[in-house]
Design a protein around this ligand. Structure first.
Ligand code: NDP
Length: 330
């Protein structure tokens, strides 16, 4: 028997709520690799999966959320993994359609995990988690489209959140000038310590403008916010620059014109972390290990246990989590 956070649905109200209880290995869904989970984390999606309606992501109950986990392989029917291997797992709709990492054991298909890159512990991997992994994918996409530090400042939106914090630290470490957009002025010191060179108050970019083009300011952008802010940022990009669209913390709509694409050759790059092919996952995790300074990662960590998760789920949906939560399962 082992501990898990299980979302259980009340048939009368149709609403789910979290229960921390003991479950057994026989309760785990079918998998090829069984992992002793050491750490998990809290992403925006985890907040959705722990909400009473499952955020439209969870269809079947009882359900164990946790879209990310890292731990040690206990048993594997697939010869890519053997007991004792350290693995990290993100994406593949784990924690949404499949049981996830908010339990001391998890079962996965062998295509899903990635061997933990050298130099990264399971705890550090979860401090990175889907949010940080996606930030790395966004930086890689910007580089693939020509971004270099000499091109000028890079904007990071939702900077004090998970994606934004890791993007800020990676970009600063790679020598970029980083402008961090935040709605929480109290995070200025935190963001500057991660390497942000300037702070842009959220309100400045939330104001709508009728002008489809503004002065060419940003050489690149990692955008965790979407909505009206992304529309505004598109009009501020330098000629030929790219925006990596990662998130929708500010809205899923895009009230923009095509003018920045047509007159400035601006690129809007979509970033998906869930279905990334294995080779690119491996490349991104290796880049995380080499390009994210571990002291900066440490400064982002808020430690937690299974008992803290329901509150943290609500907090992240309200934009109230700073940096990255690391959930210790033991
Ligand atoms: P967090 O909640 O940690 O960060 C989001 C940040 O956005 C907040 O901290 C806040 O930053 C800012 N924000 C929140 N609400 C608003 C608002 N209404 N207007 C403007 N800014 C706002 O979440 P994550 O970093 O984990 O995820 C960020 C986004 O990226 C989410 O939408 C998530 O779903 C998405 N995502 C997408 C992935 C993909 O594969 N494409 C993978 C991972 C995440 P501040 O206080 O600094 O302003």
């Amino acid at each position: 028997m082992f501990n898990a956070l299980v979302m259980e649905k009340d048939e009368e109200s149709g609403l789910a709520s979290p229960v921390i209880k003991q479950i057994s290995e026989d309760d785990l869904p079918h998998g090829e690799v069984r992992v002793a989970v050491e750490f998990s984390t809290v992403n925006y999606k985890d907040g959705l999966c722990m909400s009473p309606k499952g955020g439209g992501l969870v269809r079947n109950y009882p359900h164990v959320p946790g879209i990310d986990y890292a731990g040690t392989v206990e048993e594997s029917s697939d010869d890519r993994y053997k007991p004792g291997d350290k693995v990290v797992l993100t994406g593949w709709r784990v924690g949404e359609a499949h049981w996830g990492g908010y339990a001391q054991k998890a079962s996965a298909l062998a295509d899903w995990p990635v061997p933990l890159p050298e130099g990264l512990s399971t705890r550090q991997a979860m401090a990175v988690g889907t949010a940080g992994f996606t930030a790395m994918l966004a930086v890689m996409a910007l580089e693939d489209h020509g971004l270099t530090p000499d091109r000028g400042p890079v904007l990071v939106t939702g900077a004090a959140g998970g994606v934004g914090s890791v993007a800020t630290a990676i970009l600063a470490n790679l020598g970029y000038e980083v402008a961090a957009v935040t709605g929480r002025s109290e995070t200025e010191g935190y963001l500057k310590a991660l390497g942000a060179t300037s702070i842009v108050p959220r309100d400045e970019l939330n104001e709508t403008t009728k002008r489809p083009l503004e002065s060419e300011t940003w050489a690149g952008c990692v955008d965790a916010v979407g909505g009206a802010m992304l529309a505004r940022v598109l009009g501020q990009m330098k000629y030929g620059a790219s925006v990596a669209a990662v998130g929708l913390a500010g809205g899923a709509g895009l009230p923009a014109t095509v003018i920045p694409f047509l007159l400035r050759g601006v690129n809007l790059l979509g970033i998906d972390s869930v279905m990334q092919p294995f080779d690119n996952r491996l490349r991104a995790w290796q880049r995380v290990a080499s390009d994210l300074p571990m002291d900066k990662l440490e400064a982002m960590i808020q430690p937690a246990t299974l008992n803290d998760l329901p509150k943290l789920g609500a907090d992240i949906l309200n934009g109230q989590v700073k940096g990255r939560v690391v959930v210790d399962l033991n």
